[in-house]
Design a binder for this molecule. Structure first.
Ligand code: GDP
Length: 445
């Protein structure tokens, strides 16, 4: 996401490096380049204009002329303006003070609403809430069933009209669902409403009727970021037709340019609250304007990485492994495997590395990183006996041949892994002794 924009802005800033003062011409040239970069990223024209004007004005002002390093000041200004157009502060969900919190989803068919409903439910569940999903999309054949499948995937119950009762009326279903949630003590109700392929009056009316019947705490407009400028147009129409409190961007993984993400908050005046970037149920999170801006400027997104690490890492496992290492100095192939699986839970290597600062220049290598490398290592370790994993010194030539055969790899792959393991172990052990350098030993390189 935002790859071209990041590269373009990086080039722009590079041209400023080493300059002690910025002339009027420097500022104009920079503004022009930023303008092109944003337009190429498919950002809506009014947003581009406003952005460039703000950067220009601030660049001319005191801020830069008195700065020691004008290039850094420009980066700072662009960063702040990016946070600004992305919506400013992170907007969190509002929960009802009493009774279930009602969240209603609206958007076009194919926007990713049904998938999003389940992702949101899982996200809430992980925070200790007890959500219920509601199938109020009675238009599209299979919509109810699809929500049920997704609900099963995340272990969240789905409220739907009884089959055989005719098509049913989405407004009554929505109303009944809130009563059901009260009875069954669900604290959040997520209502999936019908979408159409295009905006139409009937769709808007139905959504508005549901809204009036259940008075949601949050109405979220779900939109496919891949449709670029159309997302902005649709957002505006839904704002006029139904109204909503926040925007959810889906399919950000497929949106290389990022135009919708960069325009929608400015144009609609409604914050982007969540972003969904992938087919997996866990590819979903709150949208943080400041972190997103940091990513665009390749300042890294350490906060998200740390949060994801905290979520994915099994604290108990890590504690046990560290304790074992500290007391016995022992680190086995089983520990090695566990460590790798924990890193794996964070997501793909390229995604993890992409969140580190300054990794923009390695984008090509990251994109080409072969994720299967980790599967291969796993397969090799899993072809070893428990005794071999506990005591890798046992692994002699004939065992290596057997392991290679068992995992479908070459003996040289097994050799390489065993060598790498011993290296990692040496490093871990010297770390424990020296009390030092944190690192990720054993990462395939
Ligand atoms: P709905 O019609 O709005 O309910 O949309 P669906 O939830 O059925 O999603 C439409 C398609 O988009 C499905 O094939 C989903 O798997 C896919 N999809 C949903 N969210 C994402 C996402 O964040 N990334 C990607 N790549 N695909 C997604």
């Amino acid at each position: 996401m935002f790859a071209t924009l990041s590269d373009r802005l990086a080039d722009t800033f590079k041209n400023l490096r080493g300059k002690g003062r910025l002339s009027e011409a420097d500022i104009d040239a920079t503004a022009r380049e930023i303008r092109i970069a944003l337009l190429e990223a498919d950002v809506a024209l009014p947003v581009v204009k406003e952005f460039v004007a703000a950067v220009k004005e601030r660049a001319r002002g005191e801020e830069v002329s008195q700065a020691l390093n004008p290039a850094q000041q420009i980066v700072k200004i662009v960063n702040e303006e990016l946070v600004n157009i992305l919506g400013g502060e992170t907007r969190r969900l509002r929960f009802a003070k009493t009774g279930p919190t009602v969240i209603m989803l609206a958007g076009l068919q194919g926007a990713g609403k049904t998938t999003l409903a389940a992702k949101l439910a899982l996200w809430l569940k992980e925070q200790g809430r007890t959500p219920m999903l509601v199938a109020a999309d009675l238009q599209r054949p299979n919509a109810v069933q699809q929500l049920q499948v997704n609900g099963d995937r995340v272990g969240v119950p789905v409220f739907a009209p009884e089959p055989g009762n005719g098509v049913g009326d989405p407004v009554s279903v929505a109303r009944a669902s809130v009563e059901e949630a009260k009875r069954k003590l669900h604290d959040v109700v997520i209502i999936d409403t019908a979408g159409r392929l295009g905006v139409d009056a009937e769709l808007m009316k139905q959504a508005a009727d549901i809204r009036d019947a259940v008075r949601p705490d949050e109405v979220l407009f779900v939109v496919d970021a891949m449709i670029g400028q159309d997302a902005v147009t649709t957002a505006q129409m839904f704002l006029d037709g139904v109204g909503y409190d926040g925007v959810v961007l889906t399919k950000l993984d497929g949106d290389a340019r990022g135009g919708a993400a960069l325009s929608i908050a400015s144009i609609t005046g409604k914050p982007v609250m969540f972003a969904s970037a992938g087919e997996k149920m866990t590819d979903f999170d709150l949208f943080h304007p400041d972190r997103m801006a940091g990513r665009i400027l390749d300042m890294g997104d350490m906060l998200t990485l740390i949060e994801q690490a905290e979520k994915a890492f099994d604290e108990e496992e890590s504690r046990k492994a560290a304790e074992k290492l500290a007391t016995t100095g022992d680190f086995t192939l089983d520990d090695f495997l566990t460590q790798m699986q924990q890193i794996r839970k964070l997501g793909s290597m390229s995604k993890i590395m992409g969140m580190l600062p300054g990794m923009g220049q390695f984008r090509e290598q990251l994109d080409n990183f072969d994720e299967r490398e980790i599967d291969r290592i796993q397969a090799i370790i899993q072809s070893m006996t428990p005794a071999e994993r506990a005591n890798p010194k046992l692994i002699d030539g004939s065992r290596r041949a057997r392991i290679a055969k068992g995992s479908g790899r070459q003996v040289s792959d097994v050799n390489q892994l065993v060598d790498r393991f011993f290296e990692a172990r040496k490093m871990m052990q010297s770390m424990m002794r020296g009390g030092g350098v944190p690192g990720m030993p054993g990462m395939p390189g």
